[in-house]
Design a protein around this ligand. Structure first.
Ligand code: DGP
Length: 113
């Protein structure tokens, strides 16, 4: 996906503030944080959105959810955190490479929409 912003971030073509990386996953700070801590966690493989998760590619999603508690711990999110993925126009997905927002570090609203 040569024209994908997050593919370019993963490859290092576009700089980012890296938080975590392994063979399957890249995590970096959101450019426009919506909480004191706001990390984006993305699969290195290009998947458009949560609507495109299938039996063939879902292992990386399970892996992301194993990585999330590690990042939460390293970010000091002892009091909890929120994980969000936006899929499609109704959810205002703006970057079409599957990503999970990890938000925390402060009390958040009880409203999610
Ligand atoms: P979403 O709206 O769910 O597709 O979230 C996309 C997020 O990506 C949004 O919170 C802002 C973030 N973002 C957009 N461009 C960049 C960038 O160039 N660098 C970083 N670190 N984050 C970006």
């Amino acid at each position: 996906m040569t024209d994908c912003l997050f593919c370019k971030i993963i490859s290092g073509q576009i700089p980012s503030n890296k938080v975590f990386e392994d063979e399957l996953v890249y995590a970096f700070r959101d450019i426009n944080p919506q909480a004191k801590t706001h990390v984006l966690i993305v699969p290195k493989a290009h998947i458009e959105s949560a609507a495109d998760i299938t039996a063939e590619n879902s292992a990386v999603v399970a892996h992301i959810f194993e990585v999330i508690p590690k990042i939460a711990e390293s970010e000091g999110l002892k009091n909890g955190f929120r994980v969000i993925t936006n899929s499609g126009p109704d959810a205002c997905q703006s970057v079409h490479h599957l990503h999970f927002h990890l938000l925390g570090g402060e009390q958040m609203s009880d409203k999610m929409a």
